[in-house]
Design a binder for this molecule. Structure first.
Ligand code: SF4
Length: 265
């Protein structure tokens, strides 16, 4: 697994502009001016200069006590092929890890290769994945991916983001995370936790996960491109929560600008 690169590359924070497309965002970010503009975290007298190496080091220590995000947990359990990671990511869409992880284990326990999954019918797959959200379309989607991987790629998915995103329902978040874990690609996966936390820090200013991805690709040291998802998913679930983040006991309080936070614990 390639997700735990710990090098201490210096931070680059050159201001940059990204697309001003507006999609969805955490409610507290609605108030932000200049959507899509990335800048230095705003200076505050009560805060230390923002140091991405120090911040991620502290969060790495904090999340040691929490369960890994589902795809990293699967990889640690041997389900680390690109196909398995892609299957797990599709199952996790709009579904909590507590639900998607056991379902992924059940499905991959029954069929962990494209050939084996293609031999199941969509209805059989649907029976196994019932607990996840949108299980019916996901079952059809997974079956189609298995058949195409078997017939078009000889049973092995290539480590190619364009190929992965050519499958129906696979976007940059799943493609990047699967490629990062299974292929060692340096790719950032921005889910709602990565989006929310990096904006609250003031490290990026973006109105959508897509804008956050563009901003992070500009300024986040490459050594953290895969690891940031592994760190910020559990951190966002347990510490920097969507509502009432636990700022008073947060290990990065002295660096975080708490942008848009109005009701911390
Ligand atoms: S200080 Fe608060 S807003 Fe900032 S990262 Fe910690 S929990 Fe999140």
């Amino acid at each position: 697994m390639t997700s735990t690169r710990n090098s201490r590359t210096s931070s680059r924070r050159a201001p940059t502009r990204v697309s001003a497309r507006t999609v969805r965002q955490p409610p507290e970010l609605e108030q932000l001016p200049s959507p899509g503009v990335v800048a230095e975290p705003p200076p505050r007298e009560d805060k230390a200069p923002f140091d991405i190496d120090e911040v991620l080091g502290r969060i790495r220590e904090e999340v040691r006590h929490f369960a890994d995000a589902a795809m990293f947990a699967l990889a640690a359990n041997g389900h680390d092929s690109l196909f398995e990671q892609l299957v797990a990511c599709i199952l996790s869409i709009r579904t909590r890890d507590e639900v998607s992880l056991p379902v992924s284990l059940a499905l991959l326990g029954r069929a962990s290769t494209p050939d084996a999954l293609a031999r199941l019918t969509p209805d059989e797959i649907d029976d196994i994945i019932q607990p996840v959200t949108f299980h019916e379309p996901k079952a059809r989607q997974l079956h189609a991916i298995a058949v195409r991987t078997r017939d078009e790629f000889g049973g092995t998915l290539p480590c190619d983001a364009q190929v992965l995103q050519s499958f129906k329902g696979v976007g940059p978040k799943c493609a990047h995370l699967a490629l990062g874990i299974a292929c060692g690609h340096e790719a950032i996966s921005v889910d709602i936790h990565v989006h929310r936390v990096t904006n609250r820090w003031g490290y990026v200013r973006a109105r959508s996960p897509e804008q956050t991805l563009a901003a992070l690709e500009t300024q986040l040291p490459r050594a953290y491109w895969v690891e940031i998802n592994r760190l910020l998913v559990p951190f966002g679930k347990h510490v920097c929560t969507g509502t009432r983040p636990r700022c008073s006991t947060c290990p990065v309080l002295k660096y975080c600008r708490q942008v848009g936070v109005t009701d911390p614990r």
